[in-house]
Design a protein around this ligand. Sequence first.
Ligand SMILES: Cc1cc2nc3c(=O)[nH]c(=O)nc-3n(C[C@H](O)[C@H](O)[C@H](O)COP(=O)(O)O)c2cc1C
Length: 234
Amino acid sequence: MHAHGGTRSGDAVPGDEELLARLRAAPVLAGPLPEFDPAAAPDSPGPLFAAWLTDALEAGVPEPQTMTLSTADADGEPSARVLILRGIDSADCAFVFASDARARKGRDLAANARAALTWYWPAHGRQIRMAGPVTALGEDAVRRDFLGRSEAARAAAFTGTVSEPLTGTQEYDRAFRAARALVAAEPDRVPDTHTVYRLRAREAEFFQGRADPFHTRVRYVREGRAWTRTLLWP
Ligand SMILES: Cc1cc2nc3c(=O)[nH]c(=O)nc-3n(C[C@H](O)[C@H](O)[C@H](O)COP(=O)(O)O)c2cc1C
């Protein structure tokens, strides 16, 4: 075991067969897992998301603010990455995240404004999936989101073009120093391409893992102002 989890150099990396054997021996959905009674679930998914997130926070689930955003480009080519959840509207079941419009996800969303979000909280054996249309919020939301960040985080946003090839760390260091100076000189400056997106769920799914393994899956679909709720085979 490497104490700091760094990249192995020198010692052999196990072969695929051994890696797979280790994976098979590793516990998954091992629990103890919470009970989830789908019959008692709320009529809409936003409050259930808030309740599960609260459980995750209270249980000390690591980094519960992270989520996977999946997008697809105009040709249907998918891509996914981890982002920070930067806003929640439980009443409307909508989720806010921020990025640079020039990044791959920004280009995908410009061409195809639909996306999916996924959370997995292993300590509770819970997965949540949300999918729906994505809109870009207006200037006020962009300023609030960007100017609420640390100076270093703001400088990072002015350093180079996200998702473009980078020649090396020296190029990054030079650009970061210049960006820090820019942010110090103009603390209210917001990059033109900083974008705050809002995904308004059209469908939502809550998966509660169980040891038995009769996992519980509840799917919500938005029908006008209300939601339908269905149990799914696990
Ligand atoms: C824990 C974590 C949090 C992240 N949060 C964000 C974020 O909030 N916004 C963002 O644009 N990228 C974030 N990233 C970086 C993205 O995963 C991704 O590398 C980057 O946005 C470029 O993605 P793209 O080329 O698909 O657009 C985060 C990465 C990690 C590991």
